[in-house]
Design a protein around this ligand. Structure first.
Ligand code: ZN
Length: 133
C-alpha cells in the first residue's frame, strides 16, 4: 500500500488499484471498516505505519469500547441471579396470553432445487463428474 498525505489528517492510501481516503483523527476510511469496527482498518494501519506511530500508541486510534478499563466497568455492577421459577411473580395478563406461531404462507414460484453455495464452497467445487450425472 502506498500512502500520500492529502492534508493535516487526510491521507490517500493506494491499494490494488483502489484509492482509499483515510481521516486518521476522525477515524474514517471510505472502505467503511474503520467507522464500523472503530479500529483502524488495513488502510488506517498503513497510515499509522507511514507516520512512524509506535505500535503501543495504536490504542489511541481505537474506540474507548476496546480499552480494558471500559470492559472492567461493564462488569462493575453486581449481576443478581433470578429466583427459582416457582417463585416468579408473573402477572395474570402475561400468563393468560397465548403465543401462536406465525401463519405459514407459501412464497410464489417454484421452490429451488439446489441450495445456494457459500462463497468458500464455490472455490472448492469439485467439477469431476461421471458421464451419467
Ligand atoms: Zn479502510
Amino acid at each position: 500500500m502506498t500512502v500520500k498525505s492529502a492534508g493535516s489528517y487526510l491521507y490517500y492510501v493506494y491499494d490494488s488499484g483502489q484509492r482509499y481516503i483515510v481521516d486518521i483523527e476522525r477515524g474514517t476510511c471510505n472502505c467503511g471498516r474503520y467507522q464500523i469496527d472503530e479500529i483502524p482498518c488495513p488502510h488506517g494501519i498503513a497510515v499509522l505505519k507511514s507516520k512512524n506511530v509506535d505500535v503501543k500508541d495504536y490504542g489511541r486510534y481505537c474506540s474507548e469500547l476496546y480499552r480494558p478499563q471500559t470492559i472492567v466497568k461493564t462488569y462493575e455492577l453486581p449481576i443478581v441471579s433470578m429466583l427459582d421459577k416457582k417463585d416468579w411473580n408473573v402477572p395474570g395478563f402475561v400468563d393468560d396470553e397465548e403465543v401462536l406461531s406465525p401463519k405459514y404462507r407459501r412464497p410464489p414460484g417454484r421452490p429451488k432445487k439446489e441450495r445456494h453455495l457459500k462463497s468458500s464452497e464455490s472455490l472448492s467445487l469439485n467439477l469431476n463428474r461421471c458421464g451419467k450425472c
